[in-house]
Design a protein around this ligand. Structure first.
Ligand SMILES: [Zn+2]
Length: 202
């Protein structure tokens, strides 16, 4: 099939020919009626996926986060989520979406992508992973917060709570869980702490 210039190639097999952003928004607004008018899209409906993962761009955290997602994790998911989640990676994770220090466009882009993943992949949960020693937190709230573990954790708690509030307005049916990935004595990112408990993903 041909791919519209505005369509991402990763999702192209899920989209009808001629799909574009405006078409997507029309479908989103029409709901069931929109699906009835787009039988090719209905036939290509993928199985529901489990979650969207919001995480930070920090290179040190990429492998630990992927490893955690790809095996059972107490209080989060009962089995591996490999191949079952989409991912949005931005400096600071929840901090990048919430902190006023960053451009409003960061937040808007995240929420538009979350809505797209709900529509395209029928995801049911948002998993947020913030982490210790985050450079984006330093940019957003300053050196004093960044270097004080108590203030650092409080800032992450506040931002994941703000994110949850916004999610409850935008997507009231979505599950939500938030995590803080801390470091062990050797500086490795191995210490997982639940900040906001949500439905455990089966
Ligand atoms: Zn970070």
């Amino acid at each position: 099939m041909t791919t519209h210039p505005n369509a991402c190639t990763c999702c192209a097999d899920m989209l009808p020919p001629g799909f574009d952003r405006r078409g997507f928004l029309r479908l989103a607004g029409l709901g069931a009626a929109g699906l009835a008018l787009a039988p090719r899209r209905a036939r290509a409906e993928p199985p529901p996926y489990k979650a969207l993962l919001l995480s930070c761009v920090d290179p040190r955290t990429q492998a630990p986060v992927a490893d955690w997602m790809n095996q059972p994790a107490a209080a989060s998911h009962r089995g591996s989520l490999q191949g079952q989640y989409s991912q949005f990676t931005i400096a600071g994770a929840a901090v990048g979406v919430i902190a006023p220090a960053f451009p409003k466009a960061w937040s808007e882009t995240f929420w538009e992508n979350f809505s797209a993943s709900v529509q395209l992949h029928r995801i049911e949960n948002l998993i947020v992973v913030d982490h210790a020693n985050c450079g984006a937190l330093r940019l957003a709230y300053g050196e004093d917060v960044y270097k004080n573990p108590k203030l650092e954790l409080e800032a992450h708690r506040a931002d994941v709570a703000a994110l949850q509030r916004e999610l409850s307005i935008r997507h009231p049916d979505a599950g939500f869980q938030a995590w803080f990935l801390g470091r062990d004595g050797a500086g490795r990112f191995t210490a997982w702490q639940n900040l906001i408990a949500g439905p455990v993903i089966g």
